[in-house]
Design a protein around this ligand. Structure first.
Ligand code: DC
Length: 231
């Protein structure tokens, strides 16, 4: 059974460490890790750079008409131990993490055609299984048949503080208040949007990591993983 390769779907609120958790799982199991939030951010960045979002307003028709021009690829970066995202051959891993992109990504990710395209791409990436994918709709829409589904959450202020530390460490000039507002407004947008809102799949396990270290989360995960792989 050791070589049984499964799909691990990780959904949950923004900034609760889904990607760090998913990346650590993938490294431990030798699985591929896909950060689907990065894909929505990449489309948002392209739209911002090509005039389809002006003064924070997204022009849906223009964004949809651009989709054929956006080629998204992940390439493994051995230094980081994870894949970097490229748009039309350009490395955009850093550019997609700015507060400007964060503030516009909810509008872009609520466009039905954007979701349809990205979901198809994600399903294609997971065809061979042996994948850990994190996002908002992985266990509900992208891979409803995933063998292991995890729904992650953490207190909103704890999440804001974590993201604040990450951004200020990179030299970004941001305040904790604006990050907190962004976290709360994205939670609301993600959970109330008409298409594929964030919700816990009925068969997902809940992981609240407000007070857990990555090691504790991994111990929690490995116990559940071993159980599933034995079935
Ligand atoms: O995980 P993240 O915060 O980088 O995701 C960025 C945004 O993309 C988030 O506000 C919601 C959206 N998203 C989504 O709608 N569906 C996904 N599967 C992943 C992210």
């Amino acid at each position: 059974m050791d070589n049984k390769r499964i799909i691990i779907a990780i959904d949950g609120h923004s900034s609760c460490g889904k990607s760090t958790f998913a990346k650590t799982i993938a490294a431990r199991l030798g699985y591929i890790f896909i950060d689907t939030g990065a894909m929505y951010r990449a489309v948002t960045l392209y739209a911002l750079e090509h005039g389809a979002i002006r003064s924070g307003i997204a022009d849906e028709d223009m964004i949809v008409s651009m989709l054929d021009d956006i080629d998204i690829q992940f390439r493994f970066n051995s230094e980081r131990g994870a894949s970097d995202i490229y748009v039309n051959g350009d490395l955009v891993e850093c550019k997609i993490r700015t507060i400007e992109v964060s503030n516009c990504v909810s509008a872009v990710s609520s466009i039905g055609e954007v979701r349809r395209r990205l979901v198809a791409l994600q399903q294609h990436m997971g065809q061979k299984r042996g994948i850990v994918m994190d996002g908002r709709d992985i266990g509900t829409v992208v891979f409803p048949d995933a063998e292991l589904k995890i729904y992650m959450t953490a207190d909103a202020m704890v999440r804001a503080e974590r993201r604040y530390k990450e951004l200020t460490a990179k030299g970004d000039k941001v305040t904790l208040e604006e990050i907190y507002e962004n976290v709360v407004s994205r939670d609301k947008a993600d959970m109330t949007r008409a298409i594929s809102p964030l919700r816990k799949a009925d068969d997902a396990l809940v992981l609240d990591n407000s007070t857990m270290s990555v090691e504790e989360q991994m111990a929690w995960f490995m116990e559940r993983y071993e159980e599933i792989i034995k079935r």
